[in-house]
Design a protein around this ligand. Structure first.
Ligand code: SF4
Ligand code: SF4
Length: 168
């Protein structure tokens, strides 16, 4: 496609900017009368009109059973599928042959929040969560170990449902 060049001529006489200024002010005042579309974060985090989507994919959570044990059975599927290679799993086995994660870590800094780990988990143990306030001052603080993942209490994300693609 050819690129056109539009040459703007400089005005040769004195130009008044009063009209342009009044137009700009009229636009500003028009917006003053319209309903507000912003909120004063972080003082206000959600209200009746604005709520974070239930399918938001943020900080992970590891779910536990009634006894407080990890639901993870160290099957290895989530580190296998993770496109960012940010899950570290070292499996262990108890005396009855049950597998559990000796080490389970997720580097939230490298994570791309695709949600594959949640989708693939056969035990519904690991979840991405409806949470985004996970800023840190140092890189190593982004690595969540199992204890920290299990201590998260925010809601978990709902998965994409092909029968309801827009989440309505
Ligand atoms: S959300 Fe995606 S990138 Fe992040 S840990 Fe899970 S699989 Fe890996
Ligand atoms: S997919 Fe689920 S059960 Fe398997 S290692 Fe990951 S968190 Fe554990």
């Amino acid at each position: 496609m050819a690129i056109g060049v539009k040459v703007m001529e400089r005005p040769e006489q004195g130009v008044s900017y009063v009209r342009a200024t009044l137009k700009g002010m009229a636009l500003t005042f028009k917006h003053l009368l319209q309903p507000r579309v912003t909120m004063e974060y972080p003082e206000v985090r959600s209200d009746d009109e604005w709520r974070i989507a239930t399918r938001w994919r943020g900080t992970h959570r590891m779910l536990t059973d009634e006894q407080g044990r990890s639901k993870c059975v160290a099957c290895g599927l989530c580190p296998q599928i993770c496109p960012a290679n940010c899950i570290k799993l070292v499996p262990g086995e108890d005396e009855r042959g049950n597998r559990y994660p000796l080490i389970y870590e997720i580097d939230e800094f490298r994570c791309v929040f695709c949600g594959y780990c949640q989708e693939v988990c056969p035990e519904e143990a690991i979840h991405v969560g409806v949470h985004y306030e996970n800023a840190e001052y140092s890189r190593d603080r982004f690595v969540y170990d199992h204890e920290r993942l299990a201590a998260q209490s925010h809601p978990v994300s709902t998965l994409w449902d092909p029968t309801d693609p827009r989440g309505e």
